[in-house]
Design a protein around this ligand. Structure first.
Ligand SMILES: *[C@@H]1O[C@H](CO)[C@@H](O)[C@H](O)[C@H]1NC(C)=O
Ligand SMILES: *[C@@H]1O[C@H](CO)[C@@H](O)[C@H](O)[C@H]1NC(C)=O
Ligand SMILES: *[C@@H]1O[C@H](CO)[C@@H](O)[C@H](O)[C@H]1NC(C)=O
Ligand SMILES: *[C@@H]1O[C@H](CO)[C@@H](O)[C@H](O)[C@H]1NC(C)=O
Ligand SMILES: *[C@@H]1O[C@H](CO)[C@@H](O)[C@H](O)[C@H]1NC(C)=O
Ligand SMILES: *[C@@H]1O[C@H](CO)[C@@H](O)[C@H](O)[C@H]1NC(C)=O
Length: 517
């Protein structure tokens, strides 16, 4: 069947002797399909440069190992959604998805080390560094959790406790399911509690002294310096269906194209913001800085009316069409805001109104390098000065915008978002001191159970963000923890830079007042 020894050699086939007894009833058609693709793959790969191996494990009994000096065109192994309905009219999870896949290649576009913000994984898991994580600690997080995620043998099980705001929980789970498709067999067994609400709840001050061994490890989207919640990428990376924001992977490409069309120098020389001011006092305060007949603080501010937008098909809320000004304001809402990444991606200078919260990637941003700091208490004066500074230092201002968009395009691409999830879960699982078990009544979820019955934009976004193939490269290499001294220096440097900007700002306003006198 396999003609030519050239093709036979690199493959070792260990097919199961007893197909039927295996967990999975893989019909022989599968094997033929597989052999077929292996042959095609081998033929297509007329160049073999790399030395690498990969392995597909369909069940514990069937292993196909490809292991030699032959490069096989990676894209060929695809696992599209299989929306065939099971016997009881319910969507079932396909049984033929690989449960293991190994490759020893590193991402050729980097030297293999993860971006710096991965180092905060060590910081987030510090409370359990010496005690480990017990079942009791996990259970304590249940009080506010929306769901429990259990991963056993590469499969995800969800125990749902309550409904989240909008589709946050569904798209978060969708993201985790994509991680499992990306790295079959690599995500370790674990059990965790996830809270989809905005505000962090595990207050450090409640876990001092003897309570310090009881900190619940609770996953959510953001944290602050007073809490110990573990931060995880938010749902919007897979799309925010309610307000029609596309999955991050495709959005990043659109923004990049948009940036090429509209050069910084040609953009409006003002600070732009568009959002919902009703979620936070500080946003309402910002609106006072808007241009009017009597004042111009160099700010152009707009209210986003999501209800009107949804009625008009989101024509005016496309984030990729909002990179029209040289300066863009980021201001937190009720907590952190998912808009930060869209703003940083613009090539404009991000004006960061002093934030209270952080999410998984923002802690590595540096003032004056990636963004321009704006005071929270005196926003208008701060903005006015910052725009003047930028328009008088165009090269430097442009460089800040570029550093931020480069950071976003390179270090926050979807590959790294998955790698962040992978390493966080991996480090978390390493600390676990108990055997994860599938809770009674938990549902086994896979991409099919979510995407097949979905409709409209939810379906569209899931289809768009589906991970179709296992990753041909390994996750990036986790960087070591910060030395406490280095982390201290990092924070101190940031504070000093912000103070420096504030000094410039004070001087600027002093000189204006002096002139007026
Ligand atoms: C197939 O796998 C199952 C479960 O791991 C094991 O009990 C059984 O012995 C295996 N059969 C063969 C033929 O290896
Ligand atoms: C399908 O329905 C039958 C009869 O109601 C039940 O015994 C069986 O467990 C169901 N199968 C699945 C996969 O839900
Ligand atoms: C889709 O899933 C069904 C049920 O698990 C299976 O019988 C069928 O072979 C799958 N189709 C493909 C193309 O994998
Ligand atoms: C590898 O990449 C990291 C992050 O981009 C960088 O800090 C480091 O210097 C690089 N190392 C080498 C040897 O290029
Ligand atoms: C320890 O936890 C208990 C119950 O949660 C609480 O009442 C007590 O104040 C905590 N003690 C400290 C020192 O934080
Ligand atoms: C801010 O000013 C602009 C220009 O006058 C106006 O179009 C916009 O509606 C104003 N925004 C708010 C929130 O009032």
């Amino acid at each position: 069947m396999l003609r030519g020894s050239r093709f036979v050699k690199p493959f070792q086939l260990q097919a199961a002797t007893n197909w039927q007894s295996s967990l999975i009833k893989g019909p022989p058609a599968d094997t033929i399909f597989f052999l077929g693709f292996l042959i095609i793959a081998a033929v297509l790969s007329s160049f073999w440069i790399h030395l690498w191996t990969f392995q597909i494990d369909h069940s514990t009994n069937q292993t196909i190992v490809i292991n030699d000096k032959y490069e096989i065109t990676p894209k060929i192994i695809e696992f599209p959604l299989n929306c065939s309905i099971g016997i009881n009219q319910t969507q079932t999870c396909p049984t033929n998805y690989p449960i293991a896949f190994t490759s020893d290649r590193l991402d050729p576009s980097s030297n293999g080390t993860c971006p710096d913000y991965f180092r905060f994984i060590h910081e987030d898991l510090k409370p359990w560094r010496t005690t480990g994580i017990t079942r009791d600690m996990v259970e304590r997080g249940k009080k506010t959790a929306h769901f429990r995620l259990v991963i056993v043998k590469g499969k995800a099980y969800i125990d749902r406790y309550k409904k989240s705001i909008q589709t946050r929980d569904m798209f978060t789970i969708w993201g985790i399911l994509q991680l499992l498709r990306r790295y079959p067999g690599k995500v370790p067994d674990l059990e965790l509690m996830f809270d989809c609400d905005d505000l962090p709840v595990i207050r450090s001050r409640d876990y001092r002294g003897q309570n310090s061994t009881q900190v619940p490890p609770l996953f959510r989207y953001c944290g602050d310096r007073w809490t110990k919640d573990i931060v995880f990428p938010d749902w919007s990376f897979w799309g925010w269906a309610e307000i029609n924001i596309k999955p991050w992977g495709s959005l990043l490409k659109d923004v990049k194209k948009g940036n090429e069309r509209s050069k910084w120098m040609e953009r409006e020389p003002y600070a732009y913001w568009k959002g919902n001011p009703f979620v936070a006092e500080s946003r309402r305060d910002l609106l006072k800085c808007n241009v009017s007949d009597t004042q111009d603080w160099n700010a152009r501010l707009f209210i986003q009316d999501w209800i009107l937008e949804s009625q008009q098909g989101f024509k005016h809320s496309d984030v990729t069409n909002q990179c029209t000004h040289r300066y863009k304001i980021y201001i937190e809402g009720f907590a952190w805001s998912v808009s930060e990444k869209y703003i940083l991606a613009c090539d404009s200078v991000t004006f960061l109104v002093k934030p209270h919260y952080y999410d998984f990637f923002t802690r590595s941003l540096r003032p004056v390098h990636h963004y321009w700091p704006i005071r929270n208490d005196n926003k208008c004066k701060s903005i006015k000065f910052a725009v003047d500074w930028g328009n008088n230092h165009k090269q430097k201002a442009q460089a800040i915008g570029k550093a931020a968009s480069d950071f976003i395009q390179q270090e926050l691409k979807m590959d790294y978002v998955y790698d962040y999830m992978f390493h966080l879960l991996n480090e978390y699982a390493k600390l676990s001191k108990f055997e994860p078990r599938i809770p009674e009544g938990a549902t086994h979820l896979c991409a099919e159970t979510l995407a097949c019955p979905a409709e409209e934009s939810e379906k569209k976004f899931m289809t768009e963000s589906l991970v179709k193939s296992p990753s041909m490269t390994n996750p990036c290499t986790m960087p070591p923890p910060y030395e406490p001294k280095d982390l201290g220096n990092f924070y101190r440097n940031n504070i000093n830079l912000i103070k420096q900007v504030e000094k410039w700002e004070d001087k600027y306003w002093d000189s204006i007042h002096n002139k007026q006198q």
